[in-house]
Design a protein around this ligand. Sequence first.
Ligand SMILES: C[S@@+](CC[C@H](N)C(=O)[O-])C[C@H]1O[C@@H](n2cnc3c(N)ncnc32)[C@H](O)[C@@H]1O
Length: 296
Amino acid sequence: MTAAGASATAALAGGTTAMSAAANAELTPRDFTAIAAIMQSDARIALSEAKMTLVQSRLARRLREHGLSRFSEYVQLVERDKEERGRMVVALTTNHTHFFREPHHFDHLRETLMPLLREKVSQRKPVRIWSAGSSSGEEVYTIAMCLLGADRASASWLRNADVKLLATDISPPVVEAVRRAWYPENAVQAIPEAYRSAWMRPADGGFVMADEARAMVTARVLNLFESWPLKAQYDAIFCRNVMIYFADDAKEELEQRFVDQLAPEGFLYIGHSERMIGPASLRMRSCGHTIYRKGE
Ligand SMILES: C[S@@+](CC[C@H](N)C(=O)[O-])C[C@H]1O[C@@H](n2cnc3c(N)ncnc32)[C@H](O)[C@@H]1O
């Protein structure tokens, strides 16, 4: 073996050792408590001890990237390094999502909300919808496709209309995915064929959203527990499968802020296993499974 080959093998062995050391690093209750406290203070995400294995496996890569073999060293690092702290929060968010998830919400959107939005557009009023905790954009582009309709002709009501969809998430990589608007073939299979052929085109081995859908969507990094730079009142807010990660006080706080941000008679859509739990629910009425409307 040449000297270069030998040193490459040694480097590889070193790398492998660091990799397995990170993968095998033990997460002690003390380190877990410190990590959970950061998640609670930065994102209000509540991590119970049942999540220890998940935390250990999701952070193994972070340890590896820093050549660390102990979680205690990683905790010290995130306590002094703001950027790594942000990366840790991102690594511990759950971004699972898909197109047309919880389809009854989109039936409601098409049957109940859209006639109201069309009416607003005909009166030259703005329409605003927010996907809060959007992940990689499948939710906001499902909304966009419902508004555009099942064929290209059905989108004519949107021509020159002031209709804007906002997608926000705490995680920069998923916000970047919304902006890219590219999805692999297996993600696109959940989209009914008519919408797919009207509003997606093949690109780079997957599919990209049509310009008409992209033009409606603005994507921003936003921690829901920081201030919201939002001027508009929203006709609908989708915050689905996000609040499940928060403790009750955080959920109640967010519910209040969502209701404040809704226009009168605006709709709030939440995830299938969620319900409004705080006093803000008194300012809303239930109108379907996990759908609420502003106004008592
Ligand atoms: C499971 S995904 C839900 C995606 C989509 N709403 C759906 O139902 O398919 C939850 C998203 O909430 C985001 N999230 C968690 N905590 C957040 C916070 N404090 N502020 C903003 N987004 C947050 C995560 O980054 C993640 O992308």
